[in-house]
Design a protein around this ligand. Structure first.
Ligand code: SAH
Length: 460
């Protein structure tokens, strides 16, 4: 069958009504069935749109002028929302953001996993979906003879000028970045110049424990030496009593990766602490730690609920990181085995178990897809398996190993509905039924979707 030519041309201006949203929050409108994706368009709205790209089966447009405005449109509070691109949903009411995320999970399950009729519950949101991030890493540059900090403009390495706050970062972190920038500027510490690979200060990272209010400052430098280090450390530590740790991280490479291998404690402790629920975590400069602790608590409580532990169970937590979920589970299980690929994360997990006097959790370094079959061979038969893989989802070998282990329940925590749907299909074909799915909004104002699923063994 001959395909019809697209009904629009590049640079043409058209009137378009939006009927849907893409997974990243763009508006979708159709001309004779041909979809156009337009950033910042909302369902129910009509707008004048300029066509900017025409592909065979879909195109892209730019919003020129709104003609009918949705009730869900809100004024983005950030002055650099469009330039920055770090957030994608600030123009949308929070209710619509939550519903969009729920629908995205439902659509992925249906289209990719051919899973229908499973309840996808309303997304658990935040009461106040702003200022939630407990960590900020911000690039430093020099402009007009002064040190500046700010996020990069979308698709560039050009720092946005005059950016003095980020509305999803905690205020304390915003203030600390500004304070360190001012001090470093006064001490004439040079900024790193990416093009020439010269200068010293590359990034300022600040992380604050939300429950403890302890702050860690990490100064990421190109050089081993940090000029005026003593004055800088003295001024920060004497001015800001909540700062418990000042760290230097050295990154000598020409790279987009922010942290280098080497970290030195310049002042104070190697760790800061934070609590999630009743569990205390020691967090070092390089540890992965969830950026939104109150939502993390809700996510982990759901994981516990879905694991449905009575006290006698053996549980595996695959992709366990610093043991956050494992330690939560250990409070209710007989024994928890955690596996994770990053050795530093496993030493943190072990330290965190000791810190909380938890002695029924064991942690192993390795690829989960290799360790799980080995555990099976050793005769380990878990009652429940929890997985929390990165965006690419579970390795096929890991899915096979899970099916072979025949746990009564599987709890799947996912930050990518597409790979989740793909993996649930495999697990369903292997004898499991998806009972329910709960999206939890870990990253308000952005397009990121996190959710948790409960599966049970069919003939159990
Ligand atoms: N459950 C943890 C971490 C989840 S992030 C938490 O909530 O904090 C996913 C983790 O999977 C990361 O720590 C990453 O290092 C780890 N990982 C990635 N590939 C892996 C693999 N093949 N085997 C085991 N762990 C892996």
């Amino acid at each position: 069958m001959a395909k019809q030519k697209p009904p629009v041309k590049k640079n043409q201006t058209i009137d378009l009504s939006f009927v849907d949203l893409t997974h990243d929050g763009s508006g979708v409108g159709k001309i004779d069935g041909y979809p156009l994706f337009v950033p910042y368009g909302l369902p129910g709205e009509t707008a004048k749109v300029k066509v900017v790209k025409v592909n065979k089966n879909f195109g892209f447009g730019k919003l020129i002028e709104l003609k009918e405005v949705s009730e869900d449109r809100v004024e983005p509070p950030c002055d650099v929302y469009v330039q920055c691109g770090g957030c994608q949903l600030q123009h949308m009411s929070y209710d619509l953001q939550l519903e969009m995320k729920r629908k995205q999970v439902e659509t992925s399950l249906k289209k990719i996993g051919h899973i229908e009729g499973v309840p996808v519950h309303p997304t658990i949101g935040m009461d106040d979906p702003w200022r939630y991030r407990n960590k900020v890493q911000i690039p430093v540059a020099e402009r007009h003879g002064e040190l500046i900090t700010g996020f990069y403009q979308k698709r560039s390495h050009h720092i946005i000028e005059g950016m003095d706050r980020c509305v999803i970062t905690s205020e304390i972190n915003d203030r600390m970045v500004e304070a360190v920038r001012r001090m470093a500027d006064r001490l004439n510490i040079s900024a790193y110049d990416e093009e020439k690979h010269r200068g010293v200060l590359r990034h300022i990272m600040v992380r604050t424990g939300q429950a403890t209010n302890e702050t860690m400052i990490v100064l990421i430098t190109r050089t081993e030496e940090l000029p005026h280090q003593e004055e800088l450390v003295k001024e920060i530590s004497e001015t800001y009593p909540q700062v418990k740790s000042i760290i230097q991280n050295v990154n000598k490479e020409r790279t987009n990766v922010i942290l280098g291998r080497k970290t030195k404690v310049l002042w104070g402790s190697e760790y800061i602490y934070d609590n999630i629920g009743d569990i205390k975590f020691a967090i070092s400069a390089k540890s992965f730690y969830q950026v939104n602790p109150p939502q993390t608590k809700k996510l982990y409580d759901k994981a516990l609920e879905y694991a449905d532990l009575k006290g006698g169970e053996t549980v595996i937590d695959a992709y366990c990181g610093i043991g956050t979920i494992s330690l939560f589970l250990a409070q209710k299980a007989k024994k928890v085995y955690g596996v994770e690929i990053v050795p530093e994360a496993i030493s943190d997990a072990k330290a965190n178990a000791r810190l909380n006097h938890i002695d029924n959790a064991e942690f192993y370094v390795g690829e989960a897809e290799k360790v799980m079959p080995w555990w099976t061979a050793q005769g380990l038969r878990p009652d429940v398996i929890v997985v929390d893989p990165p965006r690419k989802g579970c390795d096929e070998e890991l899915l096979k190993a899970m099916i072979a282990m025949k746990p009564k329940r599987i709890v799947y925590v996912s930050c990518n509905p597409s790979t989740l749907a793909r993996d649930l299909r495999v697990l369903e074909d292997g004898g499991y039924v998806t009972k329910q799915v709960q999206p939890v909004d870990m990253f308000p104002q952005t397009g990121h979707v996190e959710c948790i699923s409960q599966l049970v063994l069919k003939n159990d």
